[in-house]
Design a protein around this ligand. Sequence first.
Ligand code: EPZ
Length: 434
Amino acid sequence: MEQYAIKGGKALEGEVTIAGAKNAALGILAAAVMTDDECIIENVPDVSDTRTLLKAIENIGATVKYIDKHTVSICGGSIVSDGNLCVDDEYIRKIRASYYLLGALLGKYKYSQVALPGGCDIGSRPIDQHIKGFEALGAKVSMVNGGKITAKADRLIGNHIYLDVVSVGATINIMMAAALGEGKTTIENAAKEPHIVDVANFLNTMGANIKGAGTDVIRVRGVSRLHGAEYSIIPDQIEAGTFMTMAVATRGNILIKNVIPKHLEAISSKLSEIGATVIEYDDSVRVMADGVLKPTQIKTLPYPGFPTDMQAQMAATLALSEGTSIITESIFENRFRYVAELIRMGADIRVEGNSAIIKGVPKFSGANVQASDLRAGAALVIAALAAEGISIIDDIKYIKRGYEDFDEKIRAVGGEIEIVDTEKDIQKFKLRVG
Ligand code: EPZ
């Protein structure tokens, strides 16, 4: 099983270029099947989640071609939808975003059946708001045997939908189904993340009529068909934030390129508040820190609040600041599983309900730790890079779901990290780094 071997204790310095946003790519790749024409999508991050979704899209009959590492051609014209279209294979059950095919295929064929999503274990991850939206548009949604969900409609008629919970997935899924519905749909209490705007912009490039994405009221005027498009995905705000906290936790100085600074505002302001320096340029940010950092309080919130996907990385950074910080996780119910692993490295953190009370310690010591989900894994890498000594991180498959060439990018800023597979590899790493 692949692991990361890391020797920490060095201030990371240099430059890193951010890949396309995973959570925008997953919605956009699914939306691309809503036309029979070819779509060319650029800046697709080369991560296992996008590769898995593309495999599932190919398996339902679409033509998928990699033009280069980050550019994909998708042509939905070859999908056979004889009313029995079912997306249920080993690929689709691996990722949470499989549910986007439910909305995309329902919009296009007025019928879809998808195996229920998998994903990271950070909470129950219900999809009741997705179903509420589909039913409001006139679809009948039912669970069939084997963990599959079916949605079908004679016609999809625009409606006024109020989301009980601010949900990224439900907002994107309903937007896709409504895009090919009849008449006007209003989605109230919509999520406002940058990736919602990116999916809406892509759909509009395909001929959809969507206004208000990025606000909490999205207005969709259904159209009869969508056409092919060329589109480039926005940079990944969470990958960028991960490298920002990596620079601060290791007391380094990193220039993070290919970002949209506005998308990073909540992260930049928190890092500045604890004493780091964040310098914003047009499409990059420089983040540096040295000496003692101050404590702070954070509550994760839907965008533009502090992102839940940055909660673990921030906790690892605050665990090496002075004083006591508090992080409250208001989005998911089980997103502190990394805490036990940080404690093995010397962190002083206590979880009470949905809050983590973090008492800063002067240093971490390397340890063998386990990644439990994508962002928890990223936090453990940050902690290991800041720790003195050697750490081995297990289950890096979670990290590879959302971070492209993570070890390569870390080595480029001076980090001692290698992918190891056997005890022998670990011994060789230890000999090399001393
Ligand atoms: C997306 O998940 C992201 N995943 C998550 O990123 C991210 O943490 C999350 O949005 C919040 O920003 C993808 O985009 C593939 P939600 P999603 O629906 O859409 C509840 C990562 O690390 N809810 O916004 O599943 C839900 O339980 C991943 O990249 C319902 O109650 O998140 C949660 O408490 C992890 N009913 C809250 O809403 C529903 O029908 C927010 O979930 C849907 C959601």
